[in-house]
Design a protein around this ligand. Structure first.
Ligand SMILES: Cc1cc2nc3c(=O)[nH]c(=O)nc-3n(C[C@H](O)[C@H](O)[C@H](O)COP(=O)(O)OP(=O)(O)OC[C@H]3O[C@@H](n4cnc5c(N)ncnc54)[C@H](O)[C@@H]3O)c2cc1C
Length: 462
């Protein structure tokens, strides 16, 4: 390997790429993040992250993982106006069957996606070992002379027709949902991974509003979840710059509109009027922007019979989720941290050889979130993908009772939100103590009232 040994390449400067660069900089002398877009000097939209105008909440486990890799990042984000919410205490949160009590379950950071990306990128760039090569698209992988590994990438700079080569001991693909890794691997003679896909067909529509004076409110955010009988919902959270971002979401004929008057009419049609009432008097600061294409998709690179040394795929490039559950960035951050932990104490040459194990480590971070997102999506009869078996249907029944119990029992509610925030595994909902609490409240209603008008008041911290 020689002098390329001490250099790593990360493809893509999104959340996963930047945090992975930080993780690799602990073991490699240099890390180059190759990014197709020109990178703005401030928090601004760029085409490589087309989903960034939509709501992007960062769950507790993601915050902790990012903080581990970039100490001080939470403070930095808060200094730029990000909001730290206690969930569901700061929310009016309507589950499919009723309101959650206002207890503290987990934490959530809310700011615009462009602010989050910019702060992460700027902080990672302060590490002298991390360099950004912007306006440069990776077009393929370079094979090692023996063909059993990857030793770099082909990069085409904006405006240039000829790619140049960039060599490295490790290449990590964090190029997001449109990753070409499967094609690049095929060019080196590797098989295509099995792809699992579930698509409930959700569409999003998001719009910014001026944050009104808070005197009259005892809440900071709203979430009206969808339910199988009413597959339309809405979220409202505060973000930097004295703004709210309001997001409407739904599937099939319930896909939300972008036109001004229809946006409010849709908000009014939700199972509770609270979101509509909040927006009715608020001043819009932007038009609504739509996003479709929200399928769950896992490319199972970790299961391939052959895997090249020196190559890794993580983040959305590996596994993406229906965003309704807000998991993608947290899983990306968890993967970067898991890789950092796995390479602790290893020299770069060993990391190159150990890529297959690292691929499994990265993929394992998706498992819980995948189970939750696809399990919930399979409640909708129109969801594309392998239909639910008896076990999944049984789990749906049990989870109906868990959520119903969580509406009346603060302890169950806390566990549910620790699972949402990914600081507890879904198995926590099946622990004997949780099952006992759910069984004790088995009679709580598990069908959705058409409109649930009265959200609970704030409670004392607990
Ligand atoms: C509507 C919507 C709402 C969402 N809401 C949430 C939420 O609330 N919470 C949450 O955690 N997640 C949410 N997500 C998911 C989140 O957006 C993704 O999980 C996250 O962006 C993944 O980060 P990433 O770094 O892996 O990929 P991306 O953020 O997609 O970054 C990939 C980067 O790679 C670059 N790139 C691509 N190809 C190349 C190439 N060949 N060469 C060089 N560079 C390249 C791109 O320009 C881009 O900068 C949402 C997603 C959607 C669609």
């Amino acid at each position: 390997m020689g002098d390329v040994d001490d250099h790593a390449i990360v493809i893509g400067a999104g959340v996963t790429g930047v945090l992975t660069a930080r993780a690799l900089a602990r073991r490699f002398a240099r890390v180059t993040v190759v990014e197709r877009d020109a990178l703005p000097q401030e928090a601004a939209f760029r085409p490589g992250v087309p989903q960034s105008p939509q709501i992007h909440a960062f769950w507790k486990r993601g915050i902790d993982s990012a903080e581990h890799l970039l100490p001080g990042v939470t403070r930095e984000l808060a200094d730029h106006g990000a909001h730290r919410l206690t969930v569901p205490r700061d929310f009016l949160w309507l589950s499919p069957v009723g309101w959650f009590p206002r207890v503290s379950g987990t934490a959530d950071l809310t700011c615009s996606r462009v602010l989050l990306d910019w702060v992460l990128r700027r902080m990672a760039g302060e590490d002298g070992r991390v360099e950004f090569l912007e306006g440069s698209q990776v077009t393929g992988l370079l094979a090692t002379p023996g063909g059993d590994g990857v030793r770099g990438v082909l990069v085409r700079a904006a405006g240039s027709s000829e790619p140049r080569t960039l060599t490295a001991g490790l290449v990590a693909d964090a190029s997001g949902r449109r990753s070409d890794a499967t094609t690049w691997l095929a060019e080196l003679g590797y098989p295509a991974p099995a792809v699992e896909r579930y698509d409930a067909g959700f569409g999003y529509s998001s719009r910014y509003y001026k944050l009104p004076d808070s005197a009259a409110r005892d809440w900071k955010a709203i979430y009206i979840q969808t339910s199988p009988d009413t597959p339309r919902g809405g979220v409202l959270v505060p973000v930097e710059g004295g703004r709210w971002i309001a997001t409407l979401l739904g599937c099939g004929e319930h896909v939300p509109p972008t036109k001004d008057d229809q946006f409010l009419a849709y908000a009014r049609s939700l199972r509770s009027p609270v979101l509509y009432e909040a927006l009715r008097e608020a001043e819009p600061l932007s038009d609504a922007q739509a996003f479709r294409n929200t399928a769950n998709e896992w490319r199972h690179y970790e299961s391939l019979s052959r895997w090249p040394r020196g190559f890794l795929v993580l983040g959305d490039a590996l596994c993406r989720f229906n965003p309704v559950y807000g998991q993608g960035m947290t899983v990306g951050a968890m993967s970067a941290k898991a890789v950092a932990d796995a390479i602790d104490g290893m020299d770069p040459a060993r990391i190159h050889r150990d890529a297959r194990r690292l691929q499994r480590v990265a993929a394992a971070q998706s498992a819980d979130a995948w189970g939750l997102a696809t399990g919930e999506d399979l409640r909708f009869p129109w969801t594309e993908g392998r239909p639910p078996g008896a076990m999944v249907k049984l789990l749906h029944q049990y989870m109906n009772h868990v959520v119903a119990a969580g509406n009346v029992d603060p302890a169950t509610c806390r566990t549910i939100f620790r699972v949402f925030g990914m600081n507890a595994p879904p198995a926590a909902l099946f622990a004997p103590s949780s099952v006992a609490r759910v069984l004790g409240r088995w009679r709580a209603p598990t069908t959705s009232p058409a409109v649930t008008a009265t959200p609970p008041p704030a409670t004392s911290p607990g």
